[in-house]
Write a protein that binds this ligand. Structure first.
Ligand code: SF4
Length: 77
């Protein structure tokens, strides 16, 4: 389960985040590049822009389901 309390600071503020358990498999970056990006220096991915459109949110959710370490979080009201 994604850990909201263990999120590297390069994640932009908002509902979506990637916690520190990312293992750099790059799946989410391939699935939803408008939301997720690789931090090359640290070898993990982060949310560089919050998804806005329905399509962006769908792709972000699909990426979250694929993530092998369940590092991708979405806060739901
Ligand atoms: S799918 Fe998960 S483990 Fe893979 S790069 Fe994205 S956040 Fe990291």
């Amino acid at each position: 389960m994604p850990d909201r309390n263990n999120v590297p600071p390069d994640n932009v503020p908002g509902k979506w985040y990637i916690d520190a358990s990312c293992i750099d498999c790059n799946l989410c970056v391939r699935s939803a590049p408008e939301t997720f990006r690789r931090n090359d220096a640290e070898g993990r991915s982060y949310v560089h822009r919050q998804p806005v459109t329905e399509g962006e949110i769908e792709r972000a959710r699909a990426a979250a389901e694929e993530c092998p370490t369940t590092a991708i979080g979405e806060e739901r009201a």
